[in-house]
Design a protein around this ligand. Structure first.
Ligand SMILES: *[C@@H]1O[C@H](CO)[C@@H](O)[C@H](O)[C@H]1NC(C)=O
Length: 204
């Protein structure tokens, strides 16, 4: 009898802990990022990243911005608004998560082959004191060694923007900023900027 009672008490306790932790998790989850059809973005699925405003460039793609050092390729915006660029896909910091949510550390990868040996995974790099988005990052392994490889998607009015402000490392003090466009030598490069690029995601 006594043991039975104890088992009942323990299972009640386990159930309570489970209920508390699951409600906490539900409350803490940021909203999913939605594509142009209103569906939640999913990990490992291809999307075009398109500008919301017309007449100021097209989708995102890879390009070399330095003839002397063509690799790794940099992330740029297509010159023409009719060009959708290359598809990207996302890998959230927790690889078990299938839905891409706001304010969550993500690896962003172009689904494309390139002439360079480096990966097509987005990476922050500094050049002449300015922070640009290039490629060649490594997937996963959140922490100090990969701090430049994590980006987040934030709500921006009724659309979205990319931000660099990783939270994969407690002791790191990364520069934080919005991702916008910096025109250099005629190329529309992605860079940290006071003027964010307003984007939407169109499923490929
Ligand atoms: C990348 O593109 C190829 C060819 O379109 C497709 O088969 C594959 O599923 C894509 N991979 C990812 C991870 O999106």
């Amino acid at each position: 009898m006594k043991i039975n009672l104890m088992i009942t008490q323990i299972s009640m306790l386990v159930l309570m802990i489970f209920m508390i932790s699951s409600t906490c998790e539900a409350a803490e989850q940021p909203a999913p990022v939605l594509d142009t059809d209103g569906k939640a973005l999913r990990a490992g699925v291809d999307y075009y990243v398109l500008p919301v405003f017309r007449g100021r460039g097209g989708g995102l793609t890879l390009d070399s911005t330095d003839e002397q050092n063509p690799c790794p390729l940099d992330v740029v915006q297509e010159q023409s608004e009719v060009d959708r660029g290359l598809p990207v896909y996302f890998k959230p910091v927790n690889p078990k998560k299938g839905v891409i949510r706001l304010e969550t550390d993500l690896n962003v990868l172009f689904n494309a082959s390139s002439i360079c040996v480096q990966t097509t995974l987005w990476k922050l790099d500094v050049f002449d004191g300015k922070y640009f988005i290039t490629t060649g990052g490594v997937e996963g392994n959140p922490g100090r060694d990969t701090i430049s490889n994590w980006f987040k998607i934030q709500k921006y009015d009724s659309d979205y923007k990319f931000v660099y402000c990783p939270t994969v490392c407690d002791i790191c003090r990364p520069v934080c900023g919005d991702v916008g466009i910096f025109i250099k030598d005629g190329k529309r490069r992605l860079a940290l900027s006071d003027v964010p690029l307003k984007v939407m995601f169109k499923k490929v």
